[in-house]
Write a protein that binds this ligand. Structure first.
Ligand SMILES: Cc1cc2nc3c(=O)[nH]c(=O)nc-3n(C[C@H](O)[C@H](O)[C@H](O)COP(=O)(O)O)c2cc1C
Length: 649
C-alpha cells in the first residue's frame, strides 16, 4: 500500500525500543485520581483511548516524584500506597495491549506546586519549594531547597522511574519544561542560587543532569528517556533559544529523545498550548533550531493537527517525531486515519480549550468535538442496536450531525434533513474567520462521516409535521438550533445591519469602521478578525465585561488579543438607535453618545427555535430535542446531547 504520509507512519527506534509510528500522544492529565493519588479506572480508559487510536506512544501525565516537597494532587507511585503499583500496571497494560509504547511523565512542580490542585484545602497548607527563596506573584512564600532535599528529590526520580519500569512502562518522560522544577533550575529568572546549582549554565543544568543520571541508573541502558524542555522560556529574564540550544547540548548524552516544547504555564499559557489566535505549528521553529545541534532524535509539539504539515515537518528534517495533545482528544483515531490515507475523516481540534477549562470548572475532562472524552468508561465503541429503527434527524448543525452519525453507527436507518443547501448549521459562518476555520470544517467532516456511515442527507429540505409523518420514522431527533436575537432597537432592522451569522456571505459590505453590537464570544471573536483586517473596530457591550460566555482558558487569550489588536471597547453602553453614522448608545453616566462606524454587525445572542420544536413534538412515537433548540448553549453541549440521543434509541 502506498502511504500518503510515509514519514508519519515510519517506525522509529529510540533506545532499544521500536515505536510503530512517529505520532506520539503528549502527556495530558487524567482526572480520575483516587483518594490515595493513584490512577483511577476512568483515567486508565482516558489513556487507553489514544492507544487504540494508533498513537506510537502514549504518555501518562505527571507522576509526582517527591510528595514531601510537592503536594500537587497528581499521581503518586510508591510501594507504601496500597494499589499504586497495580494502578500504574493496569494503565501500562491498557496502553501496551493496543501496540502503543506506554510512557509516564516524571514531574515536580517546584515553586508552582499546587497551583492547580483539585484539593484546594490541602493547597493552603502547602509550603512551596523552588531553587531560590522568593515570593510568588500570588503572595505565596517559596523556600529554597537545600542540598539534602535536592539529593532526596534526585533519588526519588530514580526510584519512581524504576517502579514505572516494573509496572510495564517502556519509556519515561522527564518533565524539564513549562516552568516546573527542573525548568526553574535551568532558568536565570527563577534560579538565583550561588552554590553549584546556580549561576552559569553549567551549574543550572546540574540538577537536570543528576536527575537524568539517577533515572538512568534505575532503568538501565537502552531504556528510552525522553526529556521535555521548553526550547525558550519566551519571557523577559528567562532563558532564550540560544541558551535552550546550549541546554540541549549539555543534556543530550543522557537522553534518548529530546522533546522541544515552549514557554511556561504561568507566563505564556496561550503559547505553550497554542491558542486559536496563533498559526498551527507555531512552536516548531524551536525544535528545528535545536535539532542541528544534537544527535538524538527530536520531537516537536504545539497546535499540530494537520497531517500534511506534520509530514513536512519530518520530511524536511525539522523534527523526527510529532507529538499532539489536544488533536488526539478531538480524534484519538487520527494516527489510524493517517495510516489508512483517510485524513479527510479526521475530526480536527478547535483549540477552544474546553478540555482544559472543564478541569478547572468541574475537575473532569471534556472535548467539544468528541463526546467520549472524559467518559471513556461509558463506552469507547458505538455498539450496534439490538433492534434497527428508522430515525429522522431534523437539522444539520453539529448536534444533529453527531446524532445522525452515532445513530447510523448503531445500525439504524437514518435520514437527516437540513433546510439549507449545506450541513454545518451555525458553524457555516465560521468559514470567513481564519482562526475559526476548524469550526466550519467540523460541520464538513461530520457530514462526510455521516455519509460514510450510511446517513441519507436531504439538503434544502424544511421539515414540517406532515413531512415528518410521511417519512414514518420511529424516532425523530429535533436539532433545529437557534436564530439571532434582534431586540426592538430603532434602526436595527435596517437591511444594512449584518447579523453575525450572515457575515460570511456579506463580507463585501463591511466598511473600514465597524460597530459590533454585543461583546459576547461571537462578537468579540469577530472583532478580532476585523481588527486583523486593519479595520477600526468598536465593540459595544451593555454589561460590564466582555465574553462572559467564553471558558476560563479561552477568555484570557481572547481579551489579550482584543487588547493587542487595539479594538475600541465600549462596555456599559446600551445601544438605543442605529443611525446612518453609527450607533447611538447610552453610557454608564446616562449620556447619549455616538459610536461611529459605516457598518454595524449585530451579535446580540441567539434564541432557541421553539416554534419549530413545538410543531414536531408529535411527529413520531419517540421524539427527542437536543442542542440550541432546547437551550442556547455551546457546540460541546450540542455534540454531547446528539451522541446520547442516538445511544438512547
Ligand atoms: C487537557 C490537557 C492536559 C495536559 N496535561 C499536561 C500534563 O499533565 N503534563 C504536561 O507536561 N503537559 C500537559 N499538557 C500540555 C500538552 O502536553 C501539550 O504540551 C500542549 O497541550 C500543546 O500541545 P497541543 O497543541 O497538541 O495540545 C496538557 C494539555 C492538555 C490539552
Amino acid at each position: 500500500m502506498q502511504r500518503k504520509y510515509p514519514n508519519l507512519c515510519r517506525p522509529i527506534q529510540i533506545g532499544n525500543v521500536h515505536f510503530r509510528n512517529r505520532m506520539f500522544s503528549a502527556p495530558m492529565g487524567g482526572t480520575d485520581i483516587t483518594a490515595d493519588c493513584t490512577i483511577g479506572p476512568a483515567s486508565t480508559a482516558f489513556y487507553e483511548y489514544r492507544a487504540k487510536g494508533g498513537a506510537g506512544s502514549v504518555t501518562v501525565s505527571e507522576l509526582v516524584v517527591h510528595p514531601e516537597t510537592e503536594g500537587s494532587h497528581m499521581y503518586h507511585l510508591d510501594l507504601q500506597t496500597p494499589g499504586s503499583l497495580a494502578s500504574f500496571t493496569y494503565t501500562a497494560d491498557a496502553i501496551r495491549r493496543h501496540g502503543a509504547i506506554a510512557s509516564v511523565e516524571l514531574s515536580h512542580s517546584g515553586q508552582y506546586a499546587g497551583t492547580y490542585l483539585t484539593d484546594k484545602n490541602k493547597k493552603e497548607g502547602l509550603c512551596q519549594w523552588g531553587p531560590s527563596d522568593c515570593v510568588r506573584p500570588d503572595g505565596r512564600q517559596v523556600r529554597a531547597l537545600d542540598e539534602a532535599q535536592i539529593r532526596d528529590i534526585v533519588a526519588a526520580y530514580g526510584e519512581k522511574a524504576a517502579l514505572a519500569k516494573r509496572a510495564g512502562f517502556e519509556m519515561v518522560m522527564l518533565h524539564g519544561g513549562h516552568g516546573w522544577l527542573i525548568n526553574q533550575f535551568l532558568s536565570p529568572y527563577f534560579n538565583k542560587r550561588t552554590d553549584r546549582y546556580g549561576g552559569p549554565l553549567e551549574n543550572r543544568v546540574r540538577f537536570a543532569q543528576e536527575v537524568l543520571d539517577s533515572i538512568r541508573a534505575a532503568v538501565g541502558p537502552g531504556f528510552p528517556i525522553e526529556f521535555r524542555m521548553s526550547g525558550s522560556e519566551l519571557f523577559d529574564g528567562g532563558y532564550d533559544l540560544q541558551e535552550g540550544i546550549e541546554i540541549a547540548k549539555l543534556l543530550e548524552s543522557r537522553i534518548d529523545l529530546l522533546h522541544v516544547s515552549a514557554g511556561t504555564y504561568q507566563r505564556g499559557f496561550g503559547v505553550t498550548h497554542p491558542s486559536m489566535f496563533l498559526p498551527h505549528g507555531s512552536n516548531v521553529y524551536l525544535a528545528a533550531a535545536i535539532k542541528p545541534h544534537v544527535k538524538v532524535p527530536v520531537a516537536t509539539i504545539g497546535g499540530l493537527n494537520d497531517p500534511q504539515m506534520m509530514e513536512e515537518i519530518i520530511a524536511s528534517g525539522q523534527a523526527d517525531v510529532v507529538e499532539m495533545a489536544r488533536a488526539l482528544l478531538a480524534d484519538p483515531e487520527l494516527p489510524k486515519k493517517v495510516a489508512i490515507n483517510r485524513d479527510d475523516l479526521i475530526v480536527r481540534c478547535l483549540r477552544c480549550y474546553t478540555c482544559m477549562a472543564e478541569r478547572a470548572q468541574t475537575a473532569t475532562r471534556r472535548c467539544t468535538v468528541n463526546p467520549i472524552i472524559g467518559r471513556e468508561l461509558d463506552g469507547m465503541e458505538v455498539l450496534p442496536a439490538a433492534r434497527k429503527k428508522k430515525v429522522l434527524v431534523v437539522g444539520g448543525g453539529p448536534g444533529g450531525l453527531q446524532a445522525a452519525l452515532s445513530a447510523a453507527r448503531r445500525g439504524h436507518q437514518v435520514i437527516l434533513c437540513e433546510q439549507h443547501g449545506e450541513v454545518g448549521g451555525i458553524l457555516i459562518g465560521e468559514q470567513a474567520i481564519p482562526f475559526k476555520l476548524e469550526m466550519y470544517q467540523l460541520g464538513v467532516t461530520l457530514g462526510k462521516l455521516c455519509e460514510e456511515a450510511g446517513v441519507e442527507i436531504r439538503l434544502n429540505t424544511r421539515v414540517d409535521r406532515a413531512y415528518a409523518e410521511e417519512i414514518g420514522a420511529d424516532v425523530v431527533i429535533i436539532a433545529v438550533g437557534s436564530e439571532p436575537f434582534v431586540p426592538p432597537i430603532p434602526g436595527l432592522d435596517d437591511p444594512r445591519v449584518v447579523q453575525v451569522n450572515d457575515y460570511h456571505h456579506r463580507q463585501e459590505e463591511i466598511g473600514n469602521e465597524v460597530v459590533i453590537l454585543g461583546g459576547g464570544l461571537a462578537g468579540s471573536e469577530l472583532a478580532v478578525h476585523f481588527a486583523r483586517q486593519q479595520r477600526t473596530v468598536h465593540l459595544v457591550e451593555m454589561n460590564g465585561e466582555l465574553a462572559p460566555d467564553a471558558n476560563v482558558r479561552h477568555r484570557p487569550q481572547l481579551l489579550a488579543e482584543i487588547d493587542k489588536q487595539g479594538i475600541q471597547v465600549h462596555c456599559q453602553h446600551k445601544a438605543v438607535e442605529v443611525g446612518s453614522d453609527g450607533v447611538w448608545c447610552v453610557d454608564a453616566n446616562g449620556q447619549r453618545v455616538l459610536i461611529p462606524g459605516q457598518s454595524v454587525v449585530c451579535a446580540l445572542g441567539q434564541r432557541s427555535r421553539r416554534a419549530v420544536v413545538e410543531e414536531l413534538l408529535d411527529a413520531a412515537p419517540l421524539v427527542s430535542q437536543i442542542g440550541d433548540c432546547v437551550k442556547v448553549s455551546t457546540i460541546t453541549t450540542a455534540v454531547y446531547q446528539g451522541h446520547h440521543a442516538a445511544l438512547d434509541i
